[in-house]
Design a protein around this ligand. Structure first.
Ligand SMILES: *Cc1c(COP(=O)(O)O)cnc(C)c1O
Length: 380
């Protein structure tokens, strides 16, 4: 089984060996019978392991080329478990336009227990080494990044990291495993908010993590089991159900996004369009090299900042909402919504202007989406 299109359907633990059910059963059990005292068991207690969750954990590992996977109650819980493998006074280099929730976790929570950090523009490869300190332990990247869709060269960053003995951690939420596999490009840990493309239907929050190192897998498992923010069996099942159509959905998201990006570029009310599929995007060449598709996320700036509110409120099909990666098209204003927790000066320094609009292009008929945008542009 080599194609991702097949793996999304048959990977992990496909169905149920006991009954022949083609769908993995939802095991609502907190504890499991032990046949002998002190004997070996597959499962003992559901925080430590649950068969429905395990099927999903095996699946994400297979999709990303990892050796073990871990499913968490949210993406943030997964990120927390990963960052918790580090010690007080360890230093991590983070990409500068980091997901807002990760920024908050690092600066407000992990900082209290002594994790040190710097935020840098990881697209500026020549500046990375000067930021590495004796206590630096990892480089943490997101690509495409949120919300500016910056493309970080995973292979080169991983090489720089390795040459200094650092780990590379990649948040692969925006690309999904269908378009990009950071482990095969040299990263050590890949994480996802499965709330987004993996779940795909805006009906579940979840986080997935995978790695290709036994040692890291043991460390992450220790944190998953000790902190305990595991994904429940119903949600584990929902995410697996979502992943079955990942290939179809990602193709549709990317095809629609390409058309919408072109439409925005040619619109005179638009100042700037951020989409890695555009030849004008500064990361386009790297995206071509490391991604098999450009994804469904687009950001753009209106020429007239003051029209942002009217514009987003005039849309009918695009829903004004946070989050992304579902079948339905969503639109949001990062400075007011998803990235409001980042101080304004830092937001602006990373290029997230107040007038920036982020679109998660859904899989509706693209003509309806274009008509909806067109009529909102007529309102401003
Ligand atoms: C949503 C998101 C997260 C956090 O995931 P939750 O499931 O919301 O906890 C992390 N990284 C990125 C890139 C995201 O989009």
């Amino acid at each position: 089984m080599t194609s991702l299109k097949t793996k999304v359907i048959h990977g992990g633990i496909s169905g149920d060996a006991t009954t022949g059910a083609v769908s993995v059963p939802v095991f609502h059990a907190s504890t499991f019978k032990q046949k002998t005292l002190g004997g070996q068991v597959l499962y003992d207690y559901a925080r430590s392991g649950n068969p429905t969750r395990e099927a999903l954990e095996k699946l994400i590992a297979e999709l990303e080329g990892g050796i073990r996977g871990f499913a968490f109650a949210t993406g943030m819980a997964g990120i927390h478990a990963v960052l918790s493998i580090f010690n007080a006074d360890d230093h991590i280099l983070f990409t500068d336009d980091l997901y807002g929730g990760t920024f908050r976790l690092v600066t407000k929570v992990m900082s209290k227990i002594g994790l040190e950090y710097d935020f840098i523009d990881l697209t500026q490869l020549d500046q990375i080494e000067s930021k590495i300190r004796p206590n630096t332990k990892a480089i943490y990247l997101e690509t495409p990044s949120n919300p500016l869709l910056k493309i970080v060269d995973i292979e080169t960053v991983s090489k720089i990291a390795k040459s200094h003995g650092l780990l590379t951690i990649a948040d692969n939420t925006f690309a999904s495993p269908y378009f990009q596999n950071p482990l095969t490009l040299g990263a050590d840990i890949v994480l996802h908010s499965a709330t987004k493309y993996l779940g795909g239907h805006s009906d579940v929050v979840s986080g997935l993590v995978t790695t290709n190192s036994e040692e890291l897998a043991d460390a992450i498992y220790l944190n998953q089991n000790s902190i305990g923010a595991v994904l429940g069996p119903d949600d584990s099942w929902l995410v697996q159900r979502g992943i079955k159509t990942l290939a179809l959905r990602m193709e549709a998201h990317a095809a629609n996004a390409a058309k919408i990006a072109d439409f925005l570029v040619s619109n005179e009310k638009v100042e700037k369009v951020y989409y890695p599929g555009l030849a004008s995007h500064p990361g386009h060449e790297i995206a071509l090299k490391q991604m098999s598709g450009f994804g469904g996320m687009i950001s753009f700036e209106l020429k007239d900042d003051s029209k942002v509110k009217t514009f987003v409120e005039s849309l009918n099909i695009f829903t004004l909402a946070e989050s992304l990666g579902g079948v339905e098209s969503l639109i949001e204003v990062p400075a007011i919504m998803t990235h409001a927790s980042i101080p304004k000066e830092q937001r602006e320094a990373s290029g997230i202007k107040d007038g920036l609009i982020r679109v998660s292009v859904g899989i509706e008929d693209v003509k309806d989406l274009l008509d909806d945008l067109e009529s909102a542009f007529e309102m401003i």
